[in-house]
Structure formats: C-alpha cells, structure tokens
Design a protein around this ligand. Structure first.
Ligand code: SAH
Length: 508
C-alpha cells in the first residue's frame, strides 16, 4: 500500500474487540505506515507491535472522570499531528464509530479541512456474543438486534431510550457500557413489562484469555455479577438468544484458555510466540530479555559472498541467522545464487522454514534440533572428509558442532552473523504478578533468554511462587539449572510449537 505524504491524513481505525488478530488487514497495514498512533485504552497494546520503532505512540485513555487526556485534547492532537504531514492512526477499541466518538473526531477533522478515512472494526457486542456461543440473530427466536449504550441510561434528562419499547422487544438487546447502570436498566425493563426470567448474559473481557461468561436471568443478573466479581469492560445481552448454548461455546475450550504465559525472546521473536499463544486461547505477556545485533558489517562477514561457492556445506544454526544473512545479502545487491553448488544444512524446522522464505530448500535437517545432533547426524548422512564447511551462527555459539565436524575430517570455518545482548526492562509489575500467582508459565527459548531474564529478576522468585517453567530443549534447561531453576516441562521438538505442545501436555 502506498500513501501520499504530501499532506497529512488521519485514519480512524477500529482495533477490534481485544484479541489482536481481530483487527482488519487494512488496519494492520496502516499501523505499519503510521508516523503517529493515538491509542485508545480498549485497543490491545500488542497491536503496537505493528508500529515502526520510530513512530510516536500517544496513549489517550479517555476514562470518564479520571481522564488523563480529554476528548478536546485528543481532537487538538489529531489536527496538530496531521498538519505536520504525518500519517496519523487514531486507534479505537472495537469499531471507531459504535459508541466510540469516531463520528465527533471525523467531524472535527472535516471542519479543519484535514483528510481522513474510517476503517471499520469488529465491534465488542458482536465479538462478545460469538466468542460466548451466543447467536444474536436466529431464525427461530431473534429477527432483530438493538445496540444500546448504558451510559445514556442512568439519569440523563431527555434520554433517547424508550424503555417501554425495549421491554416488549422480541429480538436481542446488546448493552455497552452498562455495568455501572445495570440495576437501573434491569429495573426499567421489568417495570415496563419484561419478564424477570428473560435470559440475560454478561461477557467480560470478551475475546481475551481472561474472558468471563455469565448466563443468568434478568432478575438475577445484578447479584450474580457481584457474586462472580464480573468487572468491566463487559457486554450485556438480554433476550432469548442470551440463553446461550454450551455446545457452541468454543472459545473457552481452547487448550491454553485462561493461562498467563510470559515470553522472553527478543522483541520480534516474542511477537511471533505471543501470536501462537493467543491462537491457543492464552494470554501472552511479552518481556524482551535479549536484543539481536547483526554483525554483518565485520570484515569477516563481508568476505563471505565472494568465498561462498567454494564451500561444500553451509550450515545455519538459527532462523534469526537466516534472516540477518539474507538481509545483509540484499544490501550487498546479491541473492541466493551465491551459494553456487554448496549444500545447505539447517539446525531445525524453523530455520529450514525461514530459508524457504528466501527460496532455499535445506538439503539437510537433523531429526533432533540441537547443534550436537546436527553434528552427529550430518556426519552419518554424508562423508565430510576434506569437505569445506562454513558455519553461520551467533557469536556466542559453543564449539561443540565445530568439533564434531572437524573430527569427521571436515575443514571448518565459522562466521558470526549476530551478537546477542541483554535488554534491560522495568520488571516491577511482572515480579508482582509472579509473586501474586497470576502468572502460570515462564517460557525460555534459548540460554541467552535465561541469562537475560535472571540477570533482571532474581531466581528466588520461582521459590516464592507457583509459576511453572517451560524450556525449549536440553541446552536451555542446562542454563536454567545453573540458576537453580527446576524445569517443569521441556519440549520434545525444540521449536516454539514444540514448547507450546509441552505446556499443553501439562494440562492433559
Ligand atoms: N467502539 C467500541 C465500544 C466502545 S464503548 C466497540 O465498537 O466495541 C466501551 C464499551 O464497549 C465497554 O464499556 C464495553 O461495554 C464494551 N467493550 C469493549 N471491549 C470489550 C471487551 N473486550 N469485552 C466486553 N466488552 C467490551
């Protein structure tokens, strides 16, 4: 997508109801292009992973009463930023114009002569119902749906809500922002003739791993909400549809539903890992413990393209290495043809998959994805005697693989593609959540992540809580043991999918 930058422009983008995958393709593309993102409190912060590191991010949570940024200030910001020729994304929870004041913001922009577009989003009322197995329309019992704001309800003079009409309505009523005025709403509906045993449902934190569903009746809904400690944001559904159907309640049955899982790779790796956790119904908490710094400007690396075709085997020991290698190659104006007749080995399926993104099919992938197994299996697979082998890997990599290949008669050279450094974080909130028992899993996908994590958070934290530890493989587990940490599950297949399978296995 190309966007003219001659003039600034504001995109009022729906972030969807919560789960980051529910943003539209266009919304995600615009986040990637934005110079400035003004973000609503209901938009999932994981969506900011799409945003370029140089873009400005402004959190504008306009909570009523304790507002830190008022609507007037947001309006001013929209005009100010777009006047500087910036691409501004105003990211709003759900759909920008369903009880979202997107209309007011659009009107201000139109008045100021600023170009804008509206990108619709999936609104919470629809998503909450579908993630709870509630069908808002049904040929048998609901031919109509009404969306209502509960904020209008309580005490507003000349309220537009016709309670008599609602009480007789035969379809489904969906209330937004209604937790604060629930008692009033229930009172009005019953007073105007709706049956007290009319089904009513509450769905809080819809589409997220902490989603809560309460299926009850109109007369019991208030006490049930207190009893079950249901907190906003929540959608209230009233009508025959709200009875629900446990067979259609698919979301809470996902394997990691309700689990809080910390991911500790580098930022990019975390984003990929988090997406997989969310697909399985879990909640991912990202803590980037390491940073990957390319070393592709070194003299050693710059000589490689000219020498590459002389090698019999080129070995990649991580997917990160593959990305960095091909990125450097592209900058040098070269492509995969420089491998000539050299054969290519990958340490595991993720590295092989990354190679295939660049049009390269790995000639060899071991059955167990560790450098030791790669060495042992490759030397069985082929006679390496007098073969020239190039190892492309991280600066910290152990010498084990090098030794095994040399013992088999190969002439081994290695070059570092990247260096791994610890990334410092503010970990206070995470430490509290671990101690409070809110976090279910800490996951580790490499020894450097283990080091990065426990250099910042004392290993005593594990003793003081019931948090469980998941490791991607034996080398990472060894590093955990060095810090005195007991590993609860270790992946059989040493990939992120393998790690997730091990965690799921703990619940079977
Ligand atoms: N524009 C938004 C609505 C903003 S009003 C949309 O289209 O969804 C805020 C209200 O939306 C909340 O009070 C709550 O009623 C509802 N809401 C938003 N996100 C929600 C979620 N994840 N779960 C349940 N309700 C949600």
């Amino acid at each position: 997508m190309t966007i003219s930058k001659i003039k600034g422009k504001v995109y009022l983008v729906g972030a969807g109801p919560g789960e980051p995958g529910l943003i539209t393709v266009r919304g995600a593309e615009l986040l990637k292009l934005a110079d400035c993102v003004i973000c609503d409190k209901l938009a999932n912060p994981l969506l900011l992973n799409y945003v370029r590191p140089t873009a400005e991010i402004i959190n504008a949570p306009k909570r009523t009463g304790k507002s830190s940024v008022t609507q007037e200030e947001i309006n001013k910001l929209l005009i100010e930023k777009s006047s500087k020729r910036q691409i501004v994304v105003r990211l709003k929870g759900g759909d920008p114009c369903i009880f979202g004041r997107g209309g007011e913001e659009a009107a201000i922009l139109a008045q100021a002569g600023i170009d804008f577009e509206i990108v619709p989003g999936i609104t919470a009322g629809i998503a909450a119902a579908e993630y709870a197995g509630i069908m808002l329309t049904d040929r048998n019992y609901s031919s109509e749906v009404i969306f209502v704001t509960g904020r209008e309800a309580d005490g507003k003079k000349n309220s537009g809500i016709d309670w008599q009409l609602f009480a007789k309505f035969s379809g489904t009523i969906v209330f937004y922002m209604a937790m604060g005025s629930l008692k009033f709403i229930v009172g009005e509906l019953i007073k105007n003739g709706m049956a007290g045993d009319m089904p009513a449902a509450v769905i809080a934190d819809a589409t997220l791993s902490g989603q809560k569903i309460l299926l009850t009746s109109l007369k019991k809904i208030c006490e049930e909400c207190i009893k079950k400690k249901v907190k906003p944001p929540a959608i209230i559904i009233v009508g025959k549809a709200a009875k629900g159907n446990s067979k259609l309640n698919w979301f809470t049955k996902k394997p990691l539903f309700g689990k809080n899982i910390v991911v500790t790779r580098d930022q990019k790796g975390n984003a990929e890992f988090a997406a997989k956790i969310i697909q399985r119904g879990g909640n991912a908490i990202e803590l980037a413990t390491i940073k990957i710094k390319p070393s592709t400007q070194t003299n050693r690396f710059l000589k490689i393209p000219a020498e590459l075709a002389e090698f019999d085997w080129v070995i990649f020991t991580s997917a990160n290495g593959v990305s960095i290698f091909f990125d450097a190659l592209r900058k040098l104006g070269k492509d995969g043809r420089i491998f000539g007749s050299a054969k290519i080995a990958a340490i595991g399926s993720e590295t092989a998959a990354k190679l295939s993104e660049f049009g390269i099919r790995a000639d060899f992938v071991p059955s167990v994805f560790t450098s030791e197994d790669l060495g042992k299996e490759l030397t069985k697979y082929t006679n390496l005697k007098e073969n020239k082998v190039l190892l492309l890997r991280s600066e910290l990599a152990s010498d084990e693989l090098n030794k095994l290949l040399t013992q088999a008669g190969a002439e081994v050279q290695s070059a570092a593609l990247y260096e791994i450094v610890t990334q410092k974080n503010k970990c206070g909130r995470l430490k509290e959540r671990i101690s409070e028992g809110i976090i279910d899993w800490l996951t580790f996908a490499s020894p450097s992540s283990v080091k990065g994590f426990f250099e910042q958070i004392s290993s005593d934290i594990k003793k003081a809580s019931n948090v469980k530890i998941a490791s991607i493989g034996p080398i990472t587990s060894q590093e955990l043991k060095k810090f005195g940490i007991k590993v609860d599950v270790e992946a059989n297949e040493h990939t992120i999918d393998g790690l997730l399978a091990a965690i799921e296995g703990a619940y079977k």
